[in-house]
Design a protein around this ligand. Structure first.
Ligand code: ATP
Ligand code: DP6
Length: 383
């Protein structure tokens, strides 16, 4: 019997992946860049057990048994096994897979990225594969290839029709910009109506704006934001991040019928960030939205106290929920000058469900201690 347990991070793109040139191989029409977040706060955790005694393959996600026949799961397993030494005994054994996310699944919080990166990373440990695996994680979910690395990561779209050059590389490790923080303002954590996969397929079929983005916009933004990250230039990083999020959602609106992911609360957050930056006389806080209404805020640690005091004033919390999750948030009295100058008025309580406070992290890891395994020795779920 052989067993491995791994964790892998969520990643939040600052230059977005939206649109494929090959649906089957999951090849994007443009490069993208993200930061992988700390697995201490948000992660997928996956145990894979192989045994000559297992009669069949099994897969559980968040405690519920799933079919083993899903095309994306099969594609990842096939591709990993094609790179494995067939002489290893575990090569011929059946496997049990158990995965869980410690944050909402399919709610636009990049669960598929963390989930498939974790699956592929754990399979690579099980089958003792060294070398590139981000192209295999990409077969599970495009954005998953970026979660194979920690820190700041670029997914190169590649040119080959096989997808062999459509891989992720690290731009800078997690400790390159240690002051960087991420606050996720959770507006809705329910399963979303249209998945990223179906939304971006409709976009490539119907939007004309997306051609403009791929041809004329992304390459320059990739250069600008890479330079900003390497030079730790927050102003330039923030402006590019916000513009790129806005362009992705403009393209979603240009899709026919439109796919609308942001809601009124999301737009209220956008307005608040711009007002705040005006008050601070610079781009001190940056928002970005994936395929859902939740806002991911990038900001430096020095800005957190003041920004969060403003968020708490404008979006009062409902009592009785575990509201702050992750790193401990500083508790600062709101500066009344900001309220007066920005003419801030609170919305009704409960528009934000909760807040996750986290930072950039080091990427997937194997957890060696047997207590970490999610499966019993017989390959069934631990109770
Ligand atoms: N831990 C996991 N292991 C394996 N597969 C997972 C895991 N978590 C999520 N998935 C797969 O990803 C799907 C959710 O992907 P989807 O793209 O709809 O949402 P999301 O990743 O949360 O949002 P987004 O990609 O827009 O940020 C799940 O239905 C499941 O098939
Ligand atoms: C909005 C995004 O989060 C899109 C993520 O799309 P997915 O990677 O979930 O899509 P598939 O490749 O079809 O699985 C932007 C991004 O992460 O770059």
């Amino acid at each position: 019997m052989k067993v491995v347990t791994c964790v892998a991070p969520v990643n939040i793109a600052v230059i977005k992946y939206w649109g494929k040139r090959d649906e089957e191989l999951i090849l994007p029409i443009n490069d993208s860049i993200s930061a992988s977040l700390s697995t201490d706060i948000m992660c997928a955790k996956t145990t894979i057990m192989a045994s000559p005694l297992f009669k069949e393959n099994k897969f559980w996600l968040n405690g519920k048994e799933q079919t083993f026949d899903s095309p994306r799961l099969s594609n990842c397993i096939k591709a990993i096994r094609a790179r494995c030494d067939g002489a290893l005994p575990q090569f011929t054994w059946n496997i049990s897979i158990c995965s869980e996310n410690n944050f909402p699944t399919a709610a636009g919080l990049a669960s598929s990225a963390a989930g498939y990166a974790c699956l592929v990373y754990a399979l690579a440990q099980l089958y003792e594969i060294k070398g590139e695996i981000s192209d295999i994680a990409r077969l599970g979910s495009g954005s998953a290839c970026r979660s194979i690395y920690g820190g700041w990561v670029q997914w190169h779209k590649g040119d080959l029709p096989t997808g062999a050059d459509s891989i992720a590389t690290q731009i800078a490790p997690a400790d390159h910009w240690p002051e960087m923080r991420i606050i996720v303002l959770v507006v809705n954590d329910c399963r979303k109506k249209y998945s990223s996969t179906s939304g971006m397929k409709k976009t490539t079929e119907t939007s004309t704006l997306i051609q403009h983005r791929a041809k004329n916009v992304v390459d320059q933004r990739i250069k600008t934001i890479t330079k900003a990250i390497l030079n730790k230039d927050f102003e330039s990083f923030a402006e590019t991040t916000m513009k790129d999020s806005n362009q992705m959602h403009a393209i979603c609106m240009d899709t026919f019928p439109p796919c609308v992911y942001m809601n009124d609360t999301s737009h209220a957050i956008v307005n608040l960030v711009h007002s705040y930056n005006e008050y601070r006389k610079g781009q001190k806080v940056a928002y970005t939205f994936d395929a859902g209404p939740n806002a991911c805020i990038y900001l430096l640690q020095s800005e957190v106290e003041q920004f969060i005091s403003v968020v708490n004033y404008v979006f009062p919390q409902l009592a009785g929920v575990e509201y702050y999750r992750g790193l401990s948030l500083p508790n600062k009295q709101l500066d009344q000058k900001i309220v007066a100058e920005l003419r801030l008025t609170p919305y009704e309580a409960g528009m934000l469900k909760y807040i996750i406070y986290t930072k950039v992290g080091a990427g997937p890891q194997e957890l060696d201690h047997p207590s970490e395994h999610l499966l019993q020795d017989n390959g069934l779920l631990k109770q």
